[in-house]
Design a protein around this ligand. Structure first.
Ligand SMILES: [Zn+2]
Length: 395
C-alpha cells in the first residue's frame, strides 16, 4: 500500500464507489483541461447516451484504451479518471508525463457501455454481450469500438475489465486481484511479433504489481474466443493487453484495486513510451500463475452435518451474489452455496473453523442455491444466514 501512496493525489475524489453513471462521466470529461485533452463524440449507445473519445499526446505510438464494455465492470473507468488527473497535473513526475505525451498518442474511451452502467448489468440494453459482438456488429457500442480501432489503427490497446472475485492467483491461496492476458489471435495460441509485444508489456506490468500485491496476480484464461474484441484486435496487428480487476480482502467497492489498476495502466504506458518493454522476454509472462477458481467469499471448514441420523463432516464454500437495488446506486448481497465436501486447497476472503459447533440447517444444503444455515457455539450465535442474507455474524 505504501508504494501506492504517491499516487493518491491523482485520485478522482468525486468517484467513491462502483455506481457512478454516464452523467457523472460526462461532467468529469467536460472538466478536463482543454489544452491537454481533445474530446470527440464517437456515437451513441442503444439508449442514446454518448460514447466519447479522449485524445492525449502528440507522439508516434498510438495507444487505444477502453473501459466498461461490460456495464457492471467500472473499476478501470475509475482508474482512467485518476489517469486523466495524473496526466493534466504538473509535479515531480513531469518526466514521465512528457515521455508519454511526446512518444505516444492516447485514445481513451471510458465507459463503452453506458446503458449497462446505468442499471449495473454486464450486457448492453439489447441484452447482448458487447464482447461477443465483434463479428456480427449488432450493438451500437460494438460498432463504435470497431470503427474507432479502424480509424486510429493503434499499435497497442488496453482492454479493461473486472472479473469475478472468486478467481485466485493460481494455487497461491490469494485472490487474483489483477489478471493479465495477451489475448490469442488463433486457436493454437501462437505468438507472433504483435502478441509478443503485448506479452513484453505485461511482463513489465507484472513486475511492478508483484511489488504492490505480491502473489495476487493471475494470468487470465488463455483460450481463443473468435467473437471477442481483444482477440480480433490482436489479429489485426494491435498489441492488445487485457487487464481484469478482481478481488482483494475487505475491498468490496474496489477502491484499493482501483489504485492498483491505475498503477498497472500507468506502468504499461511508461514502458511503451520509453520502449523499456523491449528488454522483457516471455519468461516472466508465462510465470504468472493461471487463474483458478479456488477462492470463496466465505469458507466454513469442518461443519458437522447429519444425514438420516448419520453424521459426517464437510466444508461449505459460499459465494456472494450481488444484485443492484432499485435506487441503482447500491447492491444487495446474497450468499449462495458454491461447493461442499473436502475444500482443502481452497481459501476464503472470510473463513471459519466450525469444528465442534452446532449446525442447524433451516433448509437442506443444495449447491447453487441460497444458504440457509445457523452456526452456534453453545448459546452464542456465530453465523445466521436466512435465504442467503446474513442476519447475524460474529467472526
Ligand atoms: Zn468484462
Amino acid at each position: 500500500m505504501e508504494l501506492l501512496n504517491p499516487f493518491l493525489k491523482y485520485e478522482e475524489k468525486s468517484i467513491i464507489n462502483r455506481f457512478f453513471k454516464h452523467s457523472d462521466v460526462i461532467s468529469l470529461l467536460n472538466n478536463l483541461d482543454p489544452e491537454k485533452f481533445f474530446l470527440t463524440n464517437l456515437g451513441s449507445s442503444a439508449e442514446g447516451r454518448s460514447i466519447n473519445l479522449v485524445k492525449f499526446g502528440i507522439g508516434k505510438t498510438r495507444i487505444l484504451l477502453w473501459s466498461q464494455m461490460h456495464g457492471d465492470e467500472p473499476t478501470a473507468t475509475m482508474a482512467l479518471f485518476d489517469l486523466f488527473n495524473f496526466l493534466q497535473d504538473t509535479d515531480e513526475r513531469d518526466n514521465l508525463r512528457n515521455s508519454i505525451s511526446t512518444n505516444c498518442t492516447l485514445f481513451i474511451l471510458p465507459m463503452l457501455n453506458p446503458d449497462g452502467a446505468e442499471i449495473f448489468t454486464r450486457r448492453n440494453v439489447q441484452g447482448i454481450d458487447i464482447n461477443r459482438d465483434f463479428l456480427q456488429r449488432q450493438t451500437p457500442e460494438g460498432k463504435v469500438l470497431a470503427a474507432c480501432r479502424n480509424d486510429v489503427n493503434p499499435h497497442f490497446a488496453f482492454n479493461l475489465h473486472d472479473q469475478s472475485t472468486i478467481w485466485s492467483a493460481g494455487k497461491s491461496g490469494n485472490p487474483a486481484t489483477i489478471s493479465l492476458l495477451a489475448p490469442a489471435f488463433d486457436v493454437n495460441l501462437s505468438v507472433n511479433p504483435t502478441r509478443e509485444k503485448a506479452i513484453q508489456v505485461i511482463s513489465s506490468i507484472n513486475k511492478e504489481l508483484q511489488q504492490i500485491i505480491p502473489d495476487h496476480v493471475g494470468r487470465f484464461a488463455d483460450e481463443y474466443e473468435p467473437r471477442a474484441f481483444g482477440e480480433n484486435f490482436q489479429k489485426a496487428g494491435t498489441s492488445t493487453i487485457l487487464i481484469e480487476a478482481g478481488g482483494y480482502a475487505d475491498d468490496g467497492e474496489k477502491q484499493f484495486i482501483r489504485k492498483v489498476t491505475f498503477t498497472a495502466i500507468l506502468k504499461g504506458l511508461e514502458v511503451i513510451a520509453s520502449k523499456a518493454y523491449l528488454n522483457e522476454d516471455e519468461t516472466n509472462y508465462f510465470s504468472i500463475p493461471k487463474n483458478e477458481k479456488l477462492h470463496f467469499q466465505i469458507l466454513l471448514r469442518n461443519c458437522k452435518l447429519n444425514h438420516r441420523g448419520n453424521s459426517y463432516y464437510a466444508d461449505i464454500g459460499l459465494v456472494a451474489v450481488e444484485r443492484i437495488n432499485e435506487d441503482l446506486k447500491s447492491i444487495s448481497i446474497t450468499y449462495m452455496i458454491e461447493d461442499m465436501g473436502d475444500l482443502s486447497g481452497f481459501n476464503g476472503y472470510e473463513w471459519y473453523d466450525a469444528s465442534g459447533l452446532q449446525i442447524t440447517l433451516i433448509k437442506p444444503l443444495i449447491c447453487q442455491q441460497n444458504a440457509d444455515i445457523i452456526i452456534q457455539d453453545g448459546m452464542t450465535n456465530i453465523l445466521t444466514i436466512e435465504n442467503g442474507r446474513i442476519t447475524c455474524k460474529n467472526f
